[in-house]
Design a binder for this molecule. Structure first.
Ligand SMILES: Nc1nc2c(ncn2[C@@H]2O[C@H](COP(=O)(O)OP(=O)(O)OP(=O)(O)O)[C@@H](O)[C@H]2O)c(=O)[nH]1
Ligand SMILES: [Mg+2]
Length: 473
């Protein structure tokens, strides 16, 4: 990882491909030299004298584009930019060949192509962001759904860094107290009692253990959640699967038992991103099912974050209790379960609801409140999305503070912090152990904590973080 800040670097900062606008970002000490002679600002004096953030409309005279190009140059001429160095953005028409021509011209005139993540790396080195926030930038870029975005934004806003910096401050104070005591060891002055020392170390250890718990929750929820469609044969699972995956991959037929194996696809639907699985219908005569099939089914249910149990709205009355019984079994096995009434557009669809009112005997009272869905007309799908959103949120746990990659990178260091604090606590519990030994452990904990925040960094850590970025960020 090259940490040199002397080069002026440039890259495309907008998404590749044609768009109304394209953005080229340049940062480094020599921006004005690089642009001199081909950027013609409308107001030359304003451009030359700019000392605060400002916009400069003008023309770019590139040799490779015959006509001059209209450009707005957004200028951050001082340390108050994203990277902590002079930075400009060229806002141009978003035509790929044109942007390429401008980038080649920039490179020809001395701005080197930026490496992946180099803008954010410079922000980190200038102290504008800590490492957790740098990773959050990546989290915002990569967010798959609304929740991931929220969690990345929270991390970017510094919530997590704030808490870890607080812990670091506490430990630094503790170390200062311990070391002050060591300086006066001859005089027998005590700066901190053993009781207090033990209490402060134990609080810090518990705090770190909580964070470790959260990182493991976060890492588990990093992969896409798994949603499994289940229900009696002919309930309409495959039709719903095709609707949600916007495909015709699942075979659909009026004959029961059409789906024999399970099908899986990735779904991005109304802001929800998940893997959807279509399963074979739960057999009508449960007692006749071979053990293997049942085992296979439970595996699907157990692997799911949420099961969507499909109850066909036109299901004949003599099958209601079987549907109910299998639904209850499934619900007990599954982490989360949503039950819906399917095929509600059918003329005979209301039978169940009427039955529920007239003979509520073995019908779950909540049946009346079920989302009513028709995979054919699309009615009720928004309600299904809403229930699914709620279930997925609770199934994925409450810890949204850590981005997956932050969690992965920090886990090792956090474990080392916890280990050092545990050791310190143990030592502090033994009267004959001197403060100087406890100070060694606290220093060790601080060292590992510093790596998480980037107060102490190694090339290896920076490589791991910044190599994941795309160019231009
Ligand atoms: N009118 C209407 N018909 C539907 C709807 N959903 C499914 N169907 C029909 O119901 C029948 C069964 O649908 P499938 O999607 O194959 O049902 P399944 O649950 O996958 O069935 P198995 O794979 O056998 O378990 C087919 O004839 C579908 O066209 C719906 O929302 N409205
Ligand atoms: Mg099917």
């Amino acid at each position: 990882m090259d940490l040199s800040l002397d080069d002026t670097i440039a890259a495309l900062a907008s998404a590749p491909g044609p768009a109304r606008r394209g953005i080229v970002r340049i940062t480094g000490p020599a921006i004005r030299q690089v642009l001199a002679g081909w950027f013609e600002p409308r107001n030359e004096t304003a451009w030359q004298r700019a000392s605060t953030a400002s916009v400069h409309p003008g023309l770019l005279h590139s040799v490779s584009t015959r006509a001059p190009i209209a450009v707005d140059v957004y200028d951050w001429p001082n340390r108050r930019s994203y990277t902590g160095q002079p930075l400009v953005e060229l806002h141009l028409p978003g035509s790929p060949p044109l942007l390429e021509a401008v980038l080649s011209e920039l490179h020809r005139r001395g701005a080197r192509p930026a490496r992946a993540g180099e803008f954010t790396l410079r922000a980190f080195l200038a102290g504008k962001l800590d490492l957790l926030q740098a990773e959050a930038v990546l989290g915002v870029i990569d967010a798959h759904d609304h929740e991931e975005l929220q969690s990345a934004l929270a991390q970017l806003a510094g919530g997590l860094s704030g808490r870890l910096s607080g812990l670091r401050r506490d430990l630094l104070e503790l170390l200062a107290d311990l070391e002050a005591g060591l300086d006066f060891i001859e005089e027998d002055i005590e700066f901190i009692s053993r009781m207090e020392l033990l209490g402060r170390i134990a609080t810090a250890r518990r705090f770190v253990e909580d964070l470790l718990q959260q990182t493991s929750d976060r890492m588990q929820s990093r992969t896409r959640p798994r949603v499994v469609l289940a229900g009696l044969p002919n309930a309409g699972k495959s039709t719903l699967f095709n609707r949600l995956t916007a495909s015709q991959s699942a075979l659909v037929s009026p004959g029961a038992g059409t789906t024999r194996d399970f099908l899986q696809a990735t779904v991005d639907w109304l802001g929800l991103a998940f893997d959807l699985v279509d399963t074979a219908g739960w057999e009508l005569h449960a007692e006749l099912i071979a053990g293997a099939a049942q085992h296979h089914r439970s595996e699907q249910v157990r692997s799911a974050d949420v099961v969507i149990w499909c109850s066909a709205a036109h299901l004949p009355a003599d099958q209601h209790s079987l549907d109910e019984q299998l639904f209850i079994e499934t619900k007990q096995q599954a982490r989360g379960c949503v039950r819906i009434l399917t095929q509600t557009d059918r003329p005979d669809a209301r039978m169940w609801l009427c039955d529920a009112v007239t003979s509520p005997f073995d019908i779950d009272a909540t049946i009346v409140d079920l989302p009513e869905v028709s995979a054919v007309t699309g009615d009720g799908l928004d309600k299904l999305a809403e229930s699914l959103r709620q279930r997925l949120a609770s199934a994925r746990g409450t810890s949204r503070q850590w981005l997956g990659m932050t969690a992965a990178r920090c886990r090792e260091s956090l474990e080392a912090v916890a280990h050092a604090l545990e050791h310190a606590e143990e030592s502090a519990g033994i009267e004959s152990v001197g403060d100087e030994l406890i100070a060694v452990d606290v220093r060790d904990a601080l060292d590992h904590l510093g790596r998480i925040l980037g107060v102490i960094y190694t090339d290896d850590i920076l490589d791991r973080v910044f190599s994941k970025f795309c160019i231009g960020k």
